[in-house]
Design a protein around this ligand. Structure first.
Ligand SMILES: [Zn+2]
Length: 132
C-alpha cells in the first residue's frame, strides 16, 4: 500500500473555495467540492467549533426536543429531524405494545428515547450556527 505525505491545511484556509484536497492533493469533483473522492477528507476536517458545546443554541435545541426532531431541525439536520420524529412515534407504539407484555415496564421506552434524543441534539454539530 503506497504511503502519501500528509500536509494538513492551515486552519485559516477557506475550505469553501478549494479545488484540490488539502490532504492528498487530488482534484475535487466540482459537483462535490466538500469531500475528497480519494481519501477521507471532508469539509470541516480539523475545523474548530465556532463556540464550545453548551451554548444557548444547544440548550434551545434540547428544549425544542420536547417534540422529538424539532431540535434537529433547529440545528439544520432536516432529514435526521424527520427520522427522529418518526422514531418518537414508533417508540410510543412500541411502548404501548410492550407495556401490555411487561406490566408497564415497556412505557420506559418513551422517556429513554426522549432523553437519548435530547442528549444527541445537544452534542450535534450546529449547521445553522450564525457566523461571528
Ligand atoms: Zn484527499
Amino acid at each position: 500500500m503506497p504511503t502519501q505525505s500528509i500536509d494538513p491545511a492551515p486552519a485559516a484556509t477557506a475550505v469553501a473555495q478549494l479545488t484540490d484536497c488539502p490532504l492528498c492533493g487530488t482534484h475535487l469533483d466540482p459537483a462535490h467540492p466538500t469531500e475528497c473522492p480519494r481519501c477521507d477528507w471532508t469539509q470541516g476536517y480539523r475545523r474548530q467549533r465556532e463556540k464550545p458545546v453548551g451554548n444557548a443554541r444547544d440548550i434551545a435545541a434540547v428544549l425544542l426536543t420536547v417534540v422529538p426532531g424539532l431540535g434537529h431541525f433547529y440545528k439544520g439536520h432536516t432529514t435526521l429531524g424527520v427520522l427522529v420524529l418518526l422514531g418518537g412515534i414508533l417508540a410510543v407504539f412500541a411502548a404501548a405494545v410492550a407495556a401490555t407484555a411487561t406490566m408497564g415496564l415497556g412505557l420506559l421506552f418513551v422517556p429513554v428515547y426522549w432523553v437519548a434524543m435530547m442528549l444527541h441534539v445537544f452534542w450535534l454539530e450546529d449547521l445553522r450556527m450564525p457566523a461571528r
